[in-house]
Design a protein around this ligand. Sequence first.
Ligand code: PAF
Length: 284
Amino acid sequence: MTTVIHTINELIKVIKDWKKAGHSVGLVPTMGALHTGHASLIQKSAETCDKTVVSVFVNPTQFGINEDFSKYPRTLEKDVELANTYNADIVFAPSAEEMYGNNYNKDFMTLVCPPYDLVNKLCGKTRTGHFDGVATVVTKLFNIAQPNYAFFGQKDAQQLYIIEKMVKDLNFDIKIIPCPIVREESGLAISSRNQYLSEEEKLQAVSLSKALFTIKKYFDKGIKDSKALFDTGISMLDSHAELEYLDFIDYDNFEKTDIIKGKTLVAICAKVGTTRLIDNIVLE
Ligand code: PAF
């Protein structure tokens, strides 16, 4: 049975006992509202590690002032059920006070700031401070849970790239395991934010993955010019989807690329109604 822990000290104690007994520990960091995408991460952790901790924490420091922090779905009871189904040992669900102290202030706390060159593009361009919040909370979770492995979804490709770089730069002795995007039958990438979509908007949202699949189809036919691929992708996007970016990023240096040479991330972000959605595909 999955045990729910709300305090840092209690979790540290359990982890210490596990480590003493020689168990390996997997961490699945989440913001809750768990879905089948998260289930695949938990399952992978339970297969890979002796013990699995799922953190459920809607992290205030990664939301901008006009973002959806207050309306972000909070469904702890259901989350614990799902974590239990996929054999998590612990759900760690701290409060904001437990993680950051009373009346914390982002201007008066130590932040982990990922390199500007990784942050100044894709989502980081409009979500100022977002990746500082992510890197900071993930560092705290790593320090608290001391995992041997940590599992992250590839849907948040920029987040994953930044965390992999952070682990290397800051010498965390943790193996990051990237897990594939889970999609609905329609192709729509599964996300906690899909809950915000009406049935009609859901149909429009499918066009993000259609754009990516079309790009892959033309790339596989031999088209390597990102402008031409951009145009074919855009032609698939529903007219109600408001594009924020559709960028081609070289995996080696995380810079935009005009002609696709090696492994390339194609990342899309669009607003459908009031919901901001992201998706991506890798060309190689
Ligand atoms: O991907 C998420 O859900 C969050 O950004 C993470 C990694 C749990 C940090 O709050």
